[in-house]
Design a protein around this ligand. Structure first.
Ligand code: KIV
Length: 278
């Protein structure tokens, strides 16, 4: 079955057609190809790259150069999914010009279709400027990992009336600024449901319940590959880390014991090698 390339318009139409949107992260071409072939609608080159692939303690140190490098690799594995590049910390907060130049790098150097950025009302002017420049933007509110410190750590947001109202206002502000979708991270399911009903753009939840228009997870989490920490909202659809370690131990043992490579995995020849080398 050949499917056509997903566009921002298609993502908006999925909300009006009540079709759930699927989004997952990728940081390299091989994973991107697997997600694309499995029919995932949106591939996000998340700045979770920093923790999952680069070994950092948080997403804060991730640079634009690192993001563009990985986004370019992911692009090579994506045919159909919409490709979104995640703007790293301080790549869009310093000035609007900076934001346009950096978002433009995702489009021009990596071939992304859109960018995502974290923040509420304080980033709406930047979102509007990017959209005016022709760059589709996905918002990200609720728990925003780049500024988790100022939110009191990696905690559920919007539990009291004041912060629930603020998050709703942020979603509306982002929609008004021209964002085509918004990620809702770690907020109560009913609040996510109310936001999803009150904005025309799709909401994509992560730890935000089933009433969102779509869902996103970090791929390594759902595959059980990132053992350092698994948030409670993550469902592990596989437990690959132990399987990978078993496979690697078997390889190690077989090499150490001279069992790999065997004849089936070697290039054999009929000629007598001693004769041949005379
Ligand atoms: O960086 C990331 O992977 C993300 C998603 C989990 C939403 O922002």
């Amino acid at each position: 079955m050949t499917m056509k390339k997903m566009t921002v318009r298609d993502v908006l139409d999925m909300k009006s057609g009540a079709e759930k949107i699927t989004m997952l992260t990728a940081y390299d071409a091989s994973f991107a190809r697997l997600l694309d072939q499995a029919g995932i609608d949106i591939v996000l080159v998340g700045d979770s790259l920093g923790m999952v692939a680069l070994g950092y303690e948080s997403t804060v140190p991730v640079t634009m150069d690192e993001m563009v490098h990985h986004a370019r690799a992911v692009k090579h594995g994506v045919n159909q999914a919409l490709l979104v590049g995640d703007m790293p910390f301080l790549s869009y907060q310093v000035s609007r010009e900076d934001a346009i130049v950096n978002a433009g790098r995702f489009m021009k150097e990596a071939g992304c279709d859109a960018v995502k950025l974290e923040g509420g009302l304080e980033v709406c002017d930047t979102v509007a400027a990017l959209v005016r420049a022709g760059i589709p933007v996905m918002g990200h509110i609720g728990l925003t990992p780049q500024t988790a410190g100022s939110l009191g750590g990696y905690k559920v947001q919007g539990k009291d009336a004041e912060s629930a109202r603020r998050i709703l206002a942020e979603a509306r502000g982002l929609a008004d600024a021209g964002a085509f979708a918004v990620v809702l991270e770690c907020i109560p399911d009913k609040l996510a449901g109310a936001i999803s009903k009150s904005v025309a753009i799709p909401t994509i939840g992560i730890g935000a319940g089933v009433e969102c228009d779509g869902q996103v997870l970090v791929t390594h989490d759902l595959l059980g590959m990132f053992e350092k920490f698994t948030p409670s909202f993550v469902k592990c659809y596989a437990k690959l880390a132990p399987q990978i370690k078993d496979a690697i131990s078997s390889y190690r043992d077989e090499v150490k014991n001279g069992l790999y490579p065997d004849a089936a995995h070697s290039f054999t020849m009929q000629l007598d090698i001693d004769e041949l080398l005379k």
